[in-house]
Ligand binder design. Structure first.
Ligand code: IDP
Ligand code: MG
Length: 139
């Protein structure tokens, strides 16, 4: 079933470089409404759990270390066609391959430290949002 929500994180590299404001501005200007948001930090254990679907990939250890290396901003976003439209807004995983004007093209440092996360399906958007937010934290 289609939903109009997706889940994002502003990753440690972007937080460290003071890009939170710039990224949120792009998100708002692209028509996404913020449903839930928090500034927090993942333990290595929590990052391992969040990225469990990538457990078998060669970069899993690096990814878990990186995602638990500093604070992040987690958010649920709402818009028609949210999952696909947000993937378009963030651009390709590898910022050198991301389209001009995308968040990763503008703000990402590398394929690992790529500024933002965006859910890849409605099902994962639901799971990832539930990982961070209770029903009472959504407005
Ligand atoms: P996505 O974030 O564009 O959906 P995925 O393939 O789901 O990309 O990978 C999840 C995250 O793992 C990426 O956002 C990036 O931080 C990291 N990652 C992906 N590929 C590599 C790689 O080849 N080397 C190091 N890290 C990677
Ligand atoms: Mg992904």
């Amino acid at each position: 079933m289609a939903t109009n929500r997706t889940f994002t994180m502003i990753k440690p590299d972007a937080v460290e470089n003071n890009y939170i404001g710039g990224i949120l501005k792009m998100i708002n200007e692209a028509g996404f409404r913020i449903v839930a948001m928090k500034y927090t930090k993942l333990s290595a254990e929590a990052a391992g759990k969040f990225y469990e679907i990538h457990k078998e990939r060669p970069f899993y250890g690096e990814l878990v270390n990186y995602m638990s290396s500093g604070p992040i901003v987690a958010a649920i976003l709402e818009k028609e066609n949210a999952v696909a439209d947000f993937r378009t807004l963030i651009g390709a995983t590898d910022p050198t391959k991301a389209d001009e004007g995308t968040i990763r093209k503008i703000y990402a440092k590398s394929i690992a430290a790529n500024a933002v996360h965006g859910s890849d399906s409605d099902e994962n958007a639901q799971i990832e949002g539930d990982f961070y937010f209770s029903k009472l934290e959504r407005f």
